[in-house]
Write a new protein. Structure first.
Length: 241
């Protein structure tokens, strides 16, 4: 079974900023009208976000959309219902928001184990921002900005570990005017490891031992960031098969 992950660096779906990527996600499912499960945990199940996603992936892309709400009804949704939703779909799309808060809840509810089962079954796993970080060993996260928008810094958040490396979304942008590129490079310089940075409007598709870059515009890309003899080296990622 081929294991498939698409990590999206960012972009507004309703404005078509990820359309090329979203079409590829549908294609990767192998079905013209796949079942799509949206998991908006990082946004605390924001209702407007759920409606926007359902309209876009349903009406525009032809998917059969359902939503897994973990904050809205934690006491009424059963473990069996959660398992059925996660393991009986073609695509799982994780929305953006507070990565740290999401990962803590997932681990408490056992969502991490279910997502691993889905991944091994060949269900397409994808997501944007926090929903991209989660598939990696760890990620460069703006989660602390949700608690104090005036005094915060980017932090390293542990992910599920399906993809090796430290993932940074919004590489060509930032949060609240705090640039991502410089801050991520500072993190890699301090911690070491392999950084995978993805621009908004760009994604990396991982299938077993290969990967390829999917971009909504040619100038957007993904980058590998490494520390070498105390210096940070950035290289643009190319398709690898």
């Amino acid at each position: 079974m081929i294991r498939k992950i698409i990590a999206i660096g960012g972009g507004e779906i309703s404005k078509g900023e990820t359309l090329t990527i979203d079409k590829r996600i549908i294609e990767l499912s192998g079905k013209p009208h796949p079942k799509v499960l949206f998991i908006p945990t990082a946004s605390s199940d924001n209702e407007a976000y759920c409606q926007k996603f359902s309209k876009y992936y349903g009406e525009k892309l032809g998917g059969k959309v359902s939503t897994l709400l973990l904050y809205s009804n934690p006491k009424t949704i059963s473990k069996k219902e959660i398992e059925n939703k996660i393991l009986n779909t073609d695509i799982i799309y994780v929305g953006g928001g507070n990565t740290l808060k999401m990962m803590k809840l997932w681990r408490r509810l056992g969502i991490d184990k279910l997502l691993e089962k889905a991944w091994k079954r060949g269900i397409v796993l994808c997501g944007i921002s926090a929903g991209a970080i989660c598939w990696f060993e760890s990620g460069h996260s703006d989660s602390m900005s949700f608690y104090n928008s005036k005094k915060w810094d980017y932090v390293k958040v542990r992910g599920l570990g399906f993809v090796k490396g430290i993932m940074c979304p919004h590489y060509n942008s930032g949060t609240n005017g705090v640039p991502r590129e410089r801050k991520f490079q500072e993190m890699i310089k301090k911690t070491g490891g392999t950084g995978i940075a993805i621009d908004e409007g760009c994604a990396v598709e991982f299938t077993d031992k290969s990967y390829k870059i999917i971009s909504n515009k040619p100038k957007l890309g993904a980058y590998e960031i490494r520390r070498n003899e105390g210096k940070v080296i950035e290289g643009r990622m190319r398709n690898h098969t």
